[in-house]
Design a protein. Structure first.
Length: 237
């Protein structure tokens, strides 16, 4: 076992998490990924230096063992359900995956003395967003009560792929607009739906803002450096 401190990336086999795993490897930053592979992929994780543990973030015994074995001092938390329309139909499922299990991860972090926690968040416009905001509230309260420091990054739509072609967006049954557009262009689906007719745009449809996934991975690694250098807890748009 190395004496270096490691980062635990939950959901690190998914779209954004896998880009982070590659960035951490590029920086020489030891990391371990925990993912149940419900939407992630083994091949997406940086295999040469980043171990993948297949399991559930709500399993506190498993998370405790990972923290001990890999000397984890920071958790970057991506794991959870992410489809906003689906959350409207299944709010309790989203509160379980995104809120209850996040609470379990925080409790384990506090119990094991993990001081840094970075959270992938969202401004609430659906049960999905609300489940994220509840987690932000728990993070802030936990930071106030313990030697525990957190950063929540609220970002808009993510697009793009690793410039070196090591990982990208490959989720089956995609709902993300860029992925859907690519599938339509490849003939994998018959059409692309556009929503809205009364926006102040030339055709009345809405406009989306995007951030490149590699820039977002950098934002997470920068947040890690910020917390490790003594930065205070902060929620950022």
């Amino acid at each position: 076992m190395s004496n270096e401190m490691s980062v635990l990336a939950t959901g690190g086999a998914g779209y954004i998490g896998s880009h982070l795993s590659h960035r951490l490897a590029d920086l020489g930053e030891p990391a371990v990924v925990l993912d149940n592979l419900s939407t992630g992929f083994r091949w997406a994780v940086q295999k040469r230096t980043t171990p993948l543990v297949v399991g559930d973030i709500g399993d506190q015994d498993l998370v405790s063992r990972i923290i001990d074995e890999h000397r984890v001092d920071a958790i970057i938390h991506f794991a959870g359900s992410i489809v906003a329309p689906e959350s409207v139909a299944d709010p309790l499922g989203y509160y379980l995956n995104n809120t209850v299990k996040s609470r379990a991860s925080m409790a384990t972090a506090v119990d094991k003395g993990v001081r840094h926690f970075i959270f992938s968040s969202q401004v609430p416009v659906s049960p999905y967003g609300s489940s994220k905001l509840m987690t932000e509230t728990m993070l802030a309260d936990t930071a106030a009560a313990h030697d525990f420091h957190c950063t929540a990054l609220r970002y808009f739509n993510v697009a793009g792929a690793d410039p070196n072609g090591r990982t990208g967006q490959s989720t089956k049954g995609a709902t993300h607009l860029i992925k859907v557009a690519c599938e339509a262009a490849q003939g994998k689906r018959s059409h692309l739906d556009g929503y809205g007719i009364d926006y102040r745009t030339p055709d009345g449809t809405c406009v989306h803002d995007y951030i490149h996934v590699s820039d977002l991975a950098k934002a997470h690694s920068d947040a890690l450096s910020y917390l490790r250098s003594g930065g205070r807890s902060i929620m950022m748009n």
